[in-house]
Design a protein around this ligand. Sequence first.
Ligand SMILES: *Cc1c(COP(=O)(O)O)cnc(C)c1O
Length: 374
Amino acid sequence: MQFRDLKRQYQALKPGIDEAVSQVLEASSYISGRQVDELEEALAEYVGMKHCISCGNGTDALTLALMAWNIGEGDAVFVPDFTFFASAETVAFQGATPVFTDILEDTFNMDPDSLERVIQAVQAEGKLTPRAVVTVDLFGLPADYGRIRAIADKYGLYILEDAAQGFGGTYYGRRAGSFGDIAATSFFPAKPLGCYGVGGAVFTNQDEWAALLKSYRVHGKGSDKYDNVRVGINSRLDTIQAAVLQVKLKAFKDYELADTDATAAKYTEGLKDCVKVPVIPEGLSSGWAQYSILLKDEKERGEVQSYLKENGVPSMIYYQRGMHQQTAFKGYHFYGEQFPVTLSVCSRVLSLPLCPYLTDEDQQKVIRLIREKV
Ligand SMILES: *Cc1c(COP(=O)(O)O)cnc(C)c1O
């Protein structure tokens, strides 16, 4: 059994993908081919944002957004403690200071009360300028945008939505990638919409930021490529990846997301009486980057994971530690936060095999094995 069955997905989409890739090879337009523009248009329409600017990966997508807002030294950017390293790394890489918030156990997403506490603590200290909140749509579920937007507005902060895992998730009818003032996503192969290498995209409704993002993406270019008006980076989505993503986006929209959602519902049905299953709040849906359960404690998680492994079932621990525990952030100021929820979740979380091509038989096996052990 595969954790995320990319082979089976390729077999299902092979004719379309082979044809799309071969068209790029025939045209030999490997960078900035027409497929890149077409994909950006399709993504912007799907997500519901005016502009989509594709780029090299999700980490660069976050970096480009921070660059467009000129976030750097002396700025505070609020990031959930429980996330992939890049959500906070990019902030520190720009010279700004990531300030961590705890999360909510039900959704694994940013705790708005913790956010407001740390904003006030940063203000009270008076050393850093609060600039932005990085909201992560963790495991595919959009963050609590109702409350977080109200807090961001109250303190004059931008929202940078890290939708690397959120693609496909919805919040009262709107899609992930449309909740931030700027949003970033990733097409890393294991993400909900993955390419066959690396890729990412940035979304915004603001024309001015879109122009900046396009410039920073290609060496700070001005009106032409060799007129460099600012210092940027080199971060393009290549044409082959765009062609693969065109085919995969269609399948994602046509049936993959719906099938994954149905499979996730079967996990919930089969496990809800014996482990803590993910909570999807009313009005929201998940893009299901992961299906993550919570066991009683670290010991029980270890036993379940070993038992699954002995029986040929892969599972993953996302994440082993909070951002505040990462060696790279040693010595950072935590503004009084203790992160009790992150700490608890890190010791109990376990992600199960999930993808649109998981067979019913395999899934029933996963459910049976977990039930035998807890
Ligand atoms: C994967 C991921 C990223 C980074 O995406 P890459 O394309 O791997 O650079 C950023 N944030 C989160 C939450 C992710 O899961």
